[in-house]
Design a protein around this ligand. Sequence first.
Ligand SMILES: C[S@@+](CC[C@H](N)C(=O)[O-])C[C@H]1O[C@@H](n2cnc3c(N)ncnc32)[C@H](O)[C@@H]1O
Length: 275
Amino acid sequence: MNFTPEQIEQVKLISDKLGNFKEELLKIDYVHNKPEFFKIMKEFRKYLVDISKECDFEVFKHSKNFEDYRNFFTEINEYYVRSIEAMQALSVMTQWIHNFNHFSELIDKDFVRESFIRKEKELAPLKLSKDKKFVMAWSGPFPETLLYIYENTEIENILWLDYNHEAIYMSGELLNWLGLDNISFKHVDAIEYDYKDADIVSIPIFVPLKTEIINQAIKTWKDDIQILVASPKWFLNLIYKPLCNITPRANITYREDLSTDFIYQEIIKIEKFKF
Ligand SMILES: C[S@@+](CC[C@H](N)C(=O)[O-])C[C@H]1O[C@@H](n2cnc3c(N)ncnc32)[C@H](O)[C@@H]1O
């Protein structure tokens, strides 16, 4: 495989810029200096989206720093997302705002607000109706997707899974605080859950084991199941694991890119081949 001198020069520039972000993040004590940490991560994620629109990720994947950057940035991004969500949940429960019309009024963290707003487009490929059982293969400390579904769809039967104690505890406290007590949750690894009664399974970009969860679901899946997966595109593969090696039993009925200032992903809908 031969790359042009321009392509190689571009990879060098990107590598240097990512190296600077890594150095900055290693320099600050990101546990105790959240404002600085959040500021750098916001710039970094915006940079990943910008270069995804301009530069050739397929060339960058061959660069010597790719693996090291992916391991470093994937781990620090998980900490970033969890910390912002935990702060968002605490902020809601400590602001004592009881009279609100929409959950969006409670969300004051940009990252969570941006995620909440894009749900409309993310969930658009799904056929949603009152009788459907919606299984979310995750929740997080602040379950904005769950709040969006609760407020904007007829779906009543929502089950969310999470294998992280803190996420379960924090989201549980938040849902109690919001009085949303008709939502069930399970502390389980989504790759071990039995999806036999699920009508809809949603797997977000954050969840690393996307392929494994699909392979688990197909063991007992219903005929008319809908599985919705968000998978990273281009340089967002430096912070999220992509969906790959999709089983031939999976019928991909929808596949569209969805990008905002802070995310570049593809939304994939999987149904069952009926033969
Ligand atoms: C940080 S949240 C982000 C989602 C966001 N809160 C939302 O509502 O769209 C993602 C959560 O997925 C959970 N998670 C990741 N992989 C999982 C798996 N295999 N099984 C269960 N939970 C998983 C993590 O513990 C984390 O709490």
